[in-house]
Design a protein around this ligand. Structure first.
Ligand code: APR
Ligand code: PHB
Length: 391
């Protein structure tokens, strides 16, 4: 079997890359270790930067997004029993769109299937070979047989636990990581959201976030200890704790209902440098992880893929590897700015077990300064709506 670009992973990064390359006439094969339904069953974040929306429309998968996506021109920060609105549109002239990552993935899967492009699901034991040469190959096992795909390039879009980054010699990688001393307990339920816009709450009992997927489906999160287990959190206990972390009006408005998904996710910041090794390029979670506080994971993956697709198109159209040579450095400039913002928002909004009283006062002072300064709120807003793409 042969293709031009082998893509490892059918998450948003891999699927979007396949879609952008197909529009440019470049042949791809996607190899995914799980089934299509398993990939679609993952519950992930749901806030899209305008730049992400633009890329999805450029990729020809913006129709449902345009019809079902919820434009949001602001969000609220809650602390000391008060809510303070961050006016994204007023401060930056831009907005974000609430649209679940699962829907983005579904739209991309449907587009790929409609185009008759090759996606191989439930590919096990995927391995990468000779990407330090000019004839890379990918192997996998399926139905008891070993298969091989020859290609020009490999795109490692297989997430944090994938095989791509793990295939790079450790000596060629520099890893940067910060693991946070808490997790997020998340609940999805078919109830109307507690407010029109998202509420990020800093409370002495811990962080809470009120988000949504639509006007009838809510997504809530509570900061929790890493020792917590999902089975110890009934819906009743979850919503009782959420009410305690919200301001009084929000707590009164909260409409509860049976959870349709409940999970605990750890929080980490992680970057692998560089993002290219010969004919292998990493994109999305394969190269970096951000804590979900700033809603940047998907948006950063889209930015990587936009850069990689343009670099590969330049290589095939003009025979120039200049953009490929610049791929890693260009992505990492945005990655580190986004990692910084996600770290900053996480540090600002969460209660750290080891924080001193001095540290707690500093956090309170920063929140008070933030909501009282147009300059500080603008800095928050322009990172939240998404920094401009470099080109
Ligand atoms: N072989 C084939 N596929 C693999 C392998 C492997 N060895 N390892 C992982 N995969 C697949 C996973 O099953 C998953 O479907 O790669 C895909 C990676 O998708 P994501 O983890 O969603 O990563 P990415 O596409 O970069 O999207 C980033 O997804 O996880 C969220 O918070 C993250 O919002 C961010 C977004
Ligand atoms: C979500 O809706 O899942 C979500 C929204 C905003 C965030 C994180 C998660 O910052």
């Amino acid at each position: 079997m042969r293709t031009q670009v082998a893509i490892i992973g059918a998450g948003p990064a891999g699927l979007l890359l396949g879609q952008l390359l197909a529009l440019g006439g470049i042949d791809t094969v996607i190899l995914e270790r799980h089934s299509r339904s398993h990939v679609l069953g993952r519950i992930r974040a749901g806030v899209l930067e305008q730049g992400t929306v633009d890329v999805l429309q450029e990729a020809g998968v913006g129709e449902r997004l345009k019809a079902k996506g919820l434009p949001h021109e602001g969000f609220e920060l809650a602390f000391d029993g008060q809510r303070h609105r961050i006016d994204l549109a007023g401060l930056t002239g831009r907005q974000v769109t609430v649209y679940g990552q699962t829907e983005v993935t579904r739209d991309l899967m449907d587009a790929r299937a409609a185009a008759g492009l090759t996606s191989i699901y439930q590919a096990s034991e995927v391995s990468l070979h000779d990407f330090d040469g000019t004839a890379p190959r990918v192997r996998w096992r399926m139905k008891g047989r070993v298969h091989e795909l020859r290609c020009d390039y490999i795109a490692g879009c297989d997430g944090f636990h994938g095989v791509s980054r793990a295939s790079v010699p450790a000596s060629a990688l520099r890893l940067f990581e910060r693991v946070y001393p808490f997790g997020w307990l998340g609940v999805l339920c078919d109830t109307p959201p507690v407010a029109e816009e998202l509420i990020y709450a800093n409370h002495p009992r811990g962080f809470a976030l009120c988000s949504m997927r639509s006007r009838t489906r809510s997504r809530y999160y509570l900061q929790c200890d890493l020792t917590e287990r999902v089975e110890d959190w009934s819906d009743e206990r979850f919503f009782e704790e959420l009410r305690r972390r919200l301001d009084a009006p929000a707590a009164e408005r909260l409409i509860t209902g049976p959870s349709i998904e409940k999970s605990i996710a750890p929080l980490r910041s992680f970057v692998a440098e560089p993002m290219r090794f010969g004919r292998l390029c990493l994109a999305g979670d394969a190269a970096h992880i951000v804590p979900p506080t700033g809603a940047k994971g998907l948006n950063l993956a889209v930015a990587d893929v936009r850069t990689l697709a343009r670099a590969l198109l330049a290589r095939y159209r003009a025979g120039s590897e200049t953009e490929l040579d610049d791929y890693s450095a260009k992505c990492l400039r945005r990655v580190w700015k986004t990692v910084r913002f996600s770290w900053w928002m996480t540090t600002l909004m969460h209660r750290f077990p080891e924080s001193s009283e001095f540290g707690q006062r500093i956090q309170e002072a920063e929140l008070g300064y933030l909501v009282g300064s147009r300059a500080a709120s603008t800095a928050l807003a322009e990172n939240y709506v998404g920094l401009p793409f470099e080109d």
